[in-house]
Design a protein around this ligand. Structure first.
Ligand SMILES: NC(=O)c1ccc[n+]([C@@H]2O[C@H](COP(=O)([O-])OP(=O)(O)OC[C@H]3O[C@@H](n4cnc5c(N)ncnc54)[C@H](O)[C@@H]3O)[C@@H](O)[C@H]2O)c1
Length: 321
């Protein structure tokens, strides 16, 4: 019996694959490599380059490897790109997930952990955000996550799939031997590090007039190692018969863009060149999680909440000795 990891060549999925292997689990990875062309998997992990919407390929993998659960990371993740190409996001993240879930359900794979996002909430009514906050996504990307959560809720009612949707806030930091990279990169910490290393143009700080202490947007950064831990706990929870859930994953503490830039400067020992730009449409001022429910249901307590520690791991991965 094996666990299917979709998007396992990516940033978060790759860290989770490493963690599963460390725990002695049998893992199979499917990824089309569209967004992680130079990713490395641990030796011996069966890998299939395929779309999650390729029903024939997925059905063959499920049968050949006796798949018993799926961790579903695969998808496109850039909010701005989703605004420019909504159709691409609905096709990749929703249509292809519908294909995937149908193949899983009809082949008796009953347990799914889904990578959802704080983007389902849109502009929050209150901080910290709890899971019962209404879904009001402000981008096609956030909408794809909300739609897949609704589909999973219906699969739960049919009795075919139980699932845990994990709503990550800002995944950050690096797991050992892996760097924090995306194609294209849109995340603040790797962009700030590359700006400090003069590997890219100065960083743009989008929005300086938010109602926050320094006027820049505040986000909740959660270490990718803590996310990996939450996935294994979610899998155990489902294996133990746990009911379908949607859980926030964050540290419950927010840092502004300027605080992140200061942290990168401290860790790197050099300035981060930056310039100020206009707000991006749909970017809320503050997104901070209440992760009380994940603590209650999964006994999940982040072990790496410190921002400088998160940034240090990202810096070390980008500048190996
Ligand atoms: N990184 C974050 O801060 C964050 C926050 C919230 C949610 N998430 C979600 O977590 C998941 C993983 O994010 P990540 O940061 O590791 O992104 P990533 O881009 O590094 O990984 C996604 C992987 O999926 C693959 N992929 C994309 N579409 C595919 C398809 N149709 N078929 C097969 N493979 C496909 C890509 O090649 C890539 O390797 C995503 O679903 C993302 O929406 C990430």
């Amino acid at each position: 019996m094996s666990i299917l990891v979709t998007g396992g060549a990516g940033y978060v999925g790759g860290a989770v694959v490493d963690h599963l292997i460390e725990q002695g689990e049998a893992v199979v990875v499917v990824d089309n490599l569209s967004r992680s062309p130079d990713s490395a998997l641990p030796p011996g992990v069966p890998f299939y380059q395929a779309d999650i919407g390729d029903r024939e390929a997925i059905a063959g993998i499920v049968r050949d490897h006796e798949i018993e659960a799926c961790l579903h990371f695969a998808g496109l993740i850039a909010v701005g790109e989703s605004v420019e190409q909504p159709g691409l996001y609905f096709e990749q993240n929703v249509s292809q997930t519908i294909d995937l879930l149908d193949v899983l359900a009809t082949n008796g794979v009953n347990n799914v952990v889904f990578s959802s996002s704080a983007a389902v909430y849109g502009e929050p009514d209150q901080i910290p955000i709890t899971e019962d906050h209404p879904h009001r996504p402000t981008s096609p990307y956030g909408s794809t996550k909300s739609i897949v959560e609704q589909i999973l809720a219906q699969y739960d009612l049919t009795g075919m799939i139980r699932s845990v949707s994990l709503r990550y806030f800002n995944a950050a930091g690096a797991a050992p031997g892996r760097s924090e990279r995306h194609t294209p990169e849109t995340h603040l910490i790797p962009l700030a590090i590359d700006a400090a290393l003069a590997l890219r143009d100065p960083l743009t700080v989008f929005g300086t007039d938010y109602d926050t202490p320094d006027g820049t947007a505040v986000r909740d950064y959660v270490h990718v190692i803590d996310l990996a831990d939450a996935h294994l706990r979610a899998l155990d929870y489902l294996h133990g018969g746990g009911a379908t859930e949607a859980l926030n994953l964050g540290n419950g503490e927010g840092y502004s863009v300027m605080q992140v830039i200061e942290s990168v400067s401290r860790v790197a020992g050099r300035e981060v060149p930056f310039e100020f730009g206009a707000r991006r449409p749909g970017d809320p001022p503050v997104l901070v999680a209440s992760a009380d429910r994940a603590r209650l249901i999964l006994d999940w307590v982040p072990q790496h909440p410190d921002l400088d520690a998160i940034v240090s791991s990202a810096w070390a991965s980008r500048t190996p000795a």
